[in-house]
Design a protein around this ligand. Sequence first.
Ligand SMILES: *Cc1c(COP(=O)(O)O)cnc(C)c1O
Length: 395
Amino acid sequence: MTEAEWADMERLLPTPCYVVDEALIEENLKILKGVMDRTGARILLAQKAFSMYALYPLIGEYLCGATASGLYEARLCAEEMAKPLRTRGRKVENHIFSPAYKEAEFREILRCCDHIVFNSWKQAERFGPEAKAAGKSMGLRINPERSTQEGHAIYDPCAPGSRLGVTLEAFEAGLHRGSLQLLDGLHFHTLCEQDADALEATLEAVEEKFGRYLPGMRWINFGGGHHITRPGYDIPRLERCIGRMQDRYGLTVYLEPGEAVALNAGFLIAEVLETLRNGMDIAILDTSAACHMPDVLEMPYRPPLRGSGQPGEKACTYRLGGPTCLAGDIIGDYSFDRPLKEGDRLVFQDMAIYSMVKNNTFNGMPLPAIALRRKNGECDIVKEFGYRDFRERLS
Ligand SMILES: *Cc1c(COP(=O)(O)O)cnc(C)c1O
């Protein structure tokens, strides 16, 4: 994008506003499609990271479908990806994994989904027969108990006491006549923003523990957390991992990245409302870490901000915070070439993923608008929110 295009975008859009760049999404999709074309693996969008359904028809053109964490995401895939693409003669797959399904929702889940992954033998045995009778492909999530990440403990499903996935011990304890016949595949999800070396280590544990059950399966799902579209990600190593499971066990390999689909493909534009000093320069913005980018506090991380530097790197350093009453509603400390003033616009980067899917109206904060920057450079505001959206969630 040229400086003039940035300036236009900042000037013309309301704030706060998420802007997703269609061309950048498509670049990511092309990288993922390359992996599929070279290996025969099937890649799905994990909707929990990015559910901007205005782009589902585009995403469904490149990927094999989507995966859901529950009924609502499954329905969104059915309505916004599967249905429009069906009219163009393309069938997309709708997968679901949930730690526990609700009886009252299961019938509708069966209507939406093709693949259903269970988190325990008990769930598989309770809901499996109905799923089988409906012709669904069924899987069990396993826990290979090989942690490959440090730092983000809340994203480690291999940690002791994890409720996610069946350990080898529980897998074998649950085996009895007929139980393996329920399964078409195994699913694991243990990575978070990781490279293919972590996948390789995980696969070693999967083979070591569950290897004897793999030849009886049709597919294996490597879950998400693969940072495939990050510059420098080791794609050849990923492809060797995929090839190994295909060649050794004759399995269809699924991957379900969320982040990688929309990584670095969106922005959050905000406005400076006020500046003040308390031992340091502070700016209050019309966007909030707590409401509009909760992973900044939850993960936590410091989002990149266009044109800024590390604290002290440029002439003027500010602590940027939201307009809520939460003392810790701090986005981070950033430096700028010039002092900030009321009305200045700031552009946070990498704001497509885990942003609009997680936002909230705490403190009565307005939700950011959602805009789409088309390939021709034009920005369409696809959704704006108002007082009603705040009110409708309360009673
Ligand atoms: C979170 C999650 C994903 C997507 O993870 P990313 O880190 O966004 O790639 C995929 N599958 C499952 C089961 C998940 O919980």
